[in-house]
Design a binder for this molecule. Sequence first.
Ligand SMILES: NC(=O)c1ccc[n+]([C@@H]2O[C@H](COP(=O)([O-])OP(=O)(O)OC[C@H]3O[C@@H](n4cnc5c(N)ncnc54)[C@H](O)[C@@H]3O)[C@@H](O)[C@H]2O)c1
Length: 257
Amino acid sequence: MSGRTSPFSTDSFRLDGKHALITGGASGIGEATCRELARAGAHVLVADINVDKARALATTLETAEALHLDVISEDSIRAAADAITRLDILVNNAGIGHVGNISTTDPDDFDRLIQVNVRSVYLVTRAFLPQLLATRGTIVNIGSVAGLVGIKQRFAYCTSKGAVVAMTRQLAVEYPRELRVNCICPGTVETPFVEGYLEKYHAHEKDKIRAELRARQPVGRLGTPQEVASLVRYVCSQEAEFMNGSIITIDGGWTAA
Ligand SMILES: NC(=O)c1ccc[n+]([C@@H]2O[C@H](COP(=O)([O-])OP(=O)(O)OC[C@H]3O[C@@H](n4cnc5c(N)ncnc54)[C@H](O)[C@@H]3O)[C@@H](O)[C@H]2O)c1
């Protein structure tokens, strides 16, 4: 598989008629997920703080609409939840990174990571719970290997993604017959998130650091957004009905090593 195109044949893992909302849907893993779920037949809401980019993506997809959603704003989430009457699939994908150990992580930065990566999952899931319970819906949280193993210089990020793993398990136990809630934990994936990190922290040594990022994944390369999106599609599909409360790594072997 090249990782660039969908690996699914037309009659497997279909999501026809399903209504899906993807937070942070305008870029990277979220963008690829919007494309993949639309390809599977779902009606897709590209929900992002960057509404221009969300609109640009939605216009390229037959069954998609853009939605302005700021996952740290209760008002923004409430407005979205009031406007959307049906939801079968929620992908809590919006997230940000931060570099620092415990000493160099300022309280403000720590709080920001918790707000965007953790509190958002709580607020968005809570707001859309009635719609999801009504459809016996499915939630996919995008965690990270950072929620499963320690990574140097990622104190706040590891903390936030560990909480995403814990929220997934708690919700799966709370609503075992009413919902399916799973968490996908990618290793390093080629997205603007990683490019932004390289630009901000390693502008003069990007190739060296990129090589280090590849080397820490035993497969020897970064993942692609499409590879993660394909897994999201599977987890949302009827074929994955027995999967609940699962924490699924997709990391080129990183956490197996
Ligand atoms: N790229 C990686 O290597 C990697 C690895 C593991 C996990 N992840 C996780 O995957 C998710 C997506 O990452 P990505 O690499 O695709 O990132 P990205 O930066 O390419 O895209 C993130 C999107 O989220 C949106 N966003 C940011 N703050 C928002 C807010 N407050 N409200 C709504 N939308 C907001 C941005 O506008 C952007 O469109 C994140 O949760 C990230 O932690 C990424």
